[in-house]
Design a protein around this ligand. Structure first.
Ligand SMILES: [Zn+2]
Length: 291
């Protein structure tokens, strides 16, 4: 096509777009306040498809000797993770992976990295974009954190050695708890990559910290050291299938570029959810470096 004709065609197309009210800059599509309120209401998740959802989880373990224990714990832990999600209708396929991630995709192909402490810090700073002057403070805030799930990266980073020493009984001789502790952590972190938020986030939402039996911890609570199985409520199953099936929950996250903090703000606002009063003292494995 001659250059002149091409320019004329382009001009015509832009003219038509302008007539139709389509601006290329506005194509990303801002929602009106009413549309945003409707999108973020959890009262109605629309039609849900509960067919089994298959998700691939790449597992990478650093080849440092620090990770020796991870290789030992993983087979038994993974079996518990797999069975837990099968109860939710999510079929996990584990794929061993190398240091370079494959082509990850939200809700389809995820990645779990078991790292040395040094690698974990570097990966965490990079994922949260923590600039050097703030790193020391961030480290202090994260002292009791062993893993972060980064929804925008479809990736979980685990500081394995510290987790093993502090939580898996590496120092206390309770080493037989290791596989269960690792399984609980993986179940919880994968929950974040399936679009779930913490059970303690709001006081008046349908997600309690313990199941109605009063002793089974919800897998999205922080009571992950309890012996025995973790549990879930039906509402969480609905959220997961909505997310993995590309339904309303997936659209919500897409609207906030998979940023969990913006997501929670909008949920709170449009569902009149309230945070617990003693919220400040609570720990969260979402970043709290915004203050
Ligand atoms: Zn969490």
């Amino acid at each position: 096509m001659a250059k002149k004709n091409y320019l004329r065609l382009l001009g015509n197309l832009l003219f038509v777009a302008a007539l139709l009210g389509i601006s290329p800059l506005a194509a990303a599509g801002r929602l009106t306040p009413a549309q945003e309120a409707a999108l973020f209401s959890l009262a109605d998740l629309g039609s849900l498809d509960f067919s089994a959802k298959r998700v691939v989880v790449e597992i990478y373990a650093s080849d440092s000797p620090e990770l020796k224990g991870f290789h030992r714990l993983l087979p038994q832990a993974w079996e518990e993770v797999r069975l837990f999600y099968a109860r939710l209708g999510v079929l996990l396929d584990m794929v061993p992976a190398g240091p370079a991630p494959g082509k990850l995709e939200a809700g389809k192909r995820l990645r779990f990295e078991a790292l040395t402490h040094k690698q974990w810090l570097a990966a965490t700073f990079k994922a949260f974009e923590v600039a050097p002057p703030f790193r020391l403070r961030f480290q202090t805030v994260c002292r009791d954190k062993y893993a972060f799930a980064h929804l925008n990266l479809s990736t979980i980073h685990l500081d394995f050695k510290r987790f093993q020493d502090d939580i898996c009984g590496g120092r206390s001789g309770e080493a037989k708890l290791g596989p269960e502790r690792l399984a609980h952590l993986m179940i919880h972190e994968l929950g974040h990559l399936f679009g779930l938020y913490h059970a303690h986030e709001f006081v008046n939402d349908p997600i309690p910290e313990y199941l109605p039996d009063g002793k089974t911890p919800n897998f999205m609570s922080h009571h992950l050291l309890t012996r025995g199985s973790l549990g879930f409520v039906d509402f969480q199953k609905r959220l997961i299938h909505s997310y993995l099936g590309g339904g309303k929950v997936f659209q919500q996250y897409r609207h906030v570029d998979f940023d969990p903090l913006r997501y929670l703000e909008l949920l709170k606002q449009h569902n009149s959810y309230r945070e617990p009063k003693e919220e400040k003292g609570r720990s969260s494995d979402f970043p709290s470096n915004d203050g």
